[in-house]
Design a protein around this ligand. Structure first.
Ligand SMILES: Cc1cc2nc3c(=O)[nH]c(=O)nc-3n(C[C@H](O)[C@H](O)[C@H](O)COP(=O)(O)OP(=O)(O)OC[C@H]3O[C@@H](n4cnc5c(N)ncnc54)[C@H](O)[C@@H]3O)c2cc1C
Length: 498
């Protein structure tokens, strides 16, 4: 690690605090952050009907990590003090460390069946990657390396949740950031002031931003000379003056009971369009300042992107396992489970799910250790799945749809039909399956619809396509990481045969 040359920032607290509980997390959300829904400011994210269900699910993450019975699984001893710290913030120095990080992510992902994408371990992985290779930031000035390491230690010691917005708004993709109709449309530095910089503009799309403690603002989109003002990496608290969050339509607002929308009501993490109106960033929270090379290298010359997306893939594996279980239970309910063509469809689904799971393990088993003793997950294994996910995921959803026929549609309007004296008898008689009563069958099919067909389910399909960036960019990551030398070596040796 780089030797720190600057005084510690105000965010340093002098060692790890006790693990954060769910109640502490919920209380922390009432901090004046500006979240706008239906033209109005949300008074408290933890209690607003758009977010309260998901907030409770997120609180469980912290309770699980703070549970002494989960100490080994979810935490590791702070290198300096020995006090427990979230594995999310562990910089892996052995293959066993990397596996332990993944298992902690797996445990968290099971809380939402893989349906909360940006749990705190996602962006935590990026900061582990930055702190593991601070030299990349030092290329922009030694103090930036110090800043990023100290900020990582602060996040780690205080069990913080960071979201990120690293893609410019779509406004006009035909022009670079500095050629937009107004130079402050894309988020960027507008001026330096005493003690820091001012940033303004917009950025997409801070998933789980309403629940996070911090926003990391940077840019993964290719930038070009002239775009220097947008080549930044800065952190701000979610209640920073001038920061406004515009979540997309919160799906939980459309539902009035958990029986009919069991997933929407609990796991809608939200995706927030971010507006920055003259936000002050103190220098200690600036890690990249007007530097195109460092802005690019943070993603590819550190293990940040690989750590963050190791979490994304661990979560995806859990979601696919849930999908497999759902498909199996639906086939049992419809009585088609033993039909050979249905088993063939299930076989295809299982092959895809198993491929993703095996590739997740390959990231660990094929991981490499750099000169500083830091473990980097195998990026070829990571990007192989990410590059195909935008095609594979819709295929899997399509197989699910094929297998269910009208099962998710020929259902009563709501749980009230099960309870009303006028309708209950019809429900009991005709809504049952060969293996369960009406209530259980309806609950299963509502769960399936919420997974596949509801607004929440459809948003998830968009998420799996785009959470790692548009697929043409992800495929370029794969291109850069494939072992072409070995492949072309084979061809060259065949040509040498004469
Ligand atoms: C549900 C969801 C959650 C997200 N969460 C986050 C988050 O937490 N943080 C964050 O920073 N971002 C997040 N994103 C944003 C995501 O990173 C971007 O949406 C993604 O990078 C795609 O960029 P875009 O939407 O700007 O698409 P564009 O770059 O505008 O591309 C749109 C489409 O145009 C086509 N296209 C454009 N250019 C080319 C080209 N050169 N070659 C071939 N085809 C091309 C492709 O079909 C592409 O899919 C999220 C997105 C979604 C949908």
């Amino acid at each position: 690690m780089t030797v720190l040359t600057e005084a510690p920032p105000a965010t340093t607290t002098g060692g790890p605090r006790p693990l954060r509980t769910g109640a502490e997390f919920l209380a922390s959300l009432d901090d004046g952050r500006v979240v706008m829904v239906d033209g109005q400011r949300v008074a408290n994210v933890a209690t607003h009907p758009a977010f309260a269900g998901a907030a409770q699910s997120a609180a469980r993450l912290f309770d699980i990590a703070a549970d002494p019975a989960m100490r080994e699984r979810m935490t590791y001893p702070c290198p300096e003090t020995g006090r427990p710290i979230l594995r999310a913030y562990q910089i892996p120095r052995s293959h066993a460390d990397l596996r332990a990080k993944r298992l902690a992510s797996e445990t968290w992902s099971e809380v939402s069946y893989g349906l909360i994408g940006r749990t705190p371990d996602h962006v935590a992985g990026f900061f582990c990657g930055y702190a593991a290779v601070p030299e990349v930031f030092a290329a922009g000035g030694e103090r930036f390396a110090g800043n990023v390491v100290r900020f990582y230690e602060y996040l780690r010691d205080n069990h913080q949740w960071v979201t990120y917005a690293i893609v410019p708004p779509q406004i006009d993709r035909s022009k670079p950031a500095h050629r937009q109709s107004d130079p402050t449309l894309h988020a960027g530095v507008v001026r330096e002031v005493e003690g820091g910089i001012i940033v303004s503009g917009a950025q997409q799309l801070a998933t789980a931003g309403v629940f996070s403690d911090w926003l990391y603002l940077s840019c993964i989109h290719p930038l070009q000379p002239g775009d220097e003002n947008y080549a930044i990496g800065v952190a701000m608290r979610m209640n920073a003056p001038g920061l406004r969050l515009y979540p997309r339509r919160p799906f939980a607002l459309q539902v009035d009971n958990a029986f009919d929308n069991p997933l929407t009501s609990r796991f809608d993490e939200s995706d927030c369009f971010v507006v920055l109106d003259e936000v002050f960033i103190p220098w200690e929270h600036v890690f990249i300042h007007r530097n195109l090379e460092v802005c690019r290298d943070q993603w590819w010359k550190t293990p940040a992107h690989a750590y963050g997306n190791l979490q994304a893939q661990a979560r995806y594996v859990t979601k696919l396992r849930f999908m497999m279980g759902l498909a199996k239970r639906m086939n049992e309910a419809t009585g088609n489970d033993a039909v050979p063509p249905v088993q063939v469809q299930m076989g295809e689904l299982a092959a895809l799910a198993q491929t993703v799971e095996t590739m997740l393990e390959a990231q660990e088993t094929r991981a490499t250790i750099d000169a500083n003793g830091v473990v980097w997950p195998c990026r070829a294994s990571l990007y192989a799945v990410m590059a195909l996910q935008s095609e594979m995921n819709p295929r899997m959803i399509d197989i699910m749809r094929e297998m269910t026929g009208a099962a998710m549609i020929s259902l009563p309007s709501s749980v009230k039909d099960l309870d009303s004296p006028e309708t209950a008898a019809d429900m009991e008689r005709y809504m049952r399956s060969g293996v369960s009563g009406a209530r259980d069958r309806i609950a299963l099919m509502r769960l399936a619809w919420d997974f596949i067909g509801s607004d929440f389910g459809n948003r998830h399909q968009q998420y799996e396509k785009f959470y790692g960036g548009a697929s043409h960019l992800v495929k370029q990551n794969m291109y850069r990481n494939y072992d072409f030398r070995r492949a072309t070596g084979l061809v060259d040796s065949a040509l040498a045969l004469g």
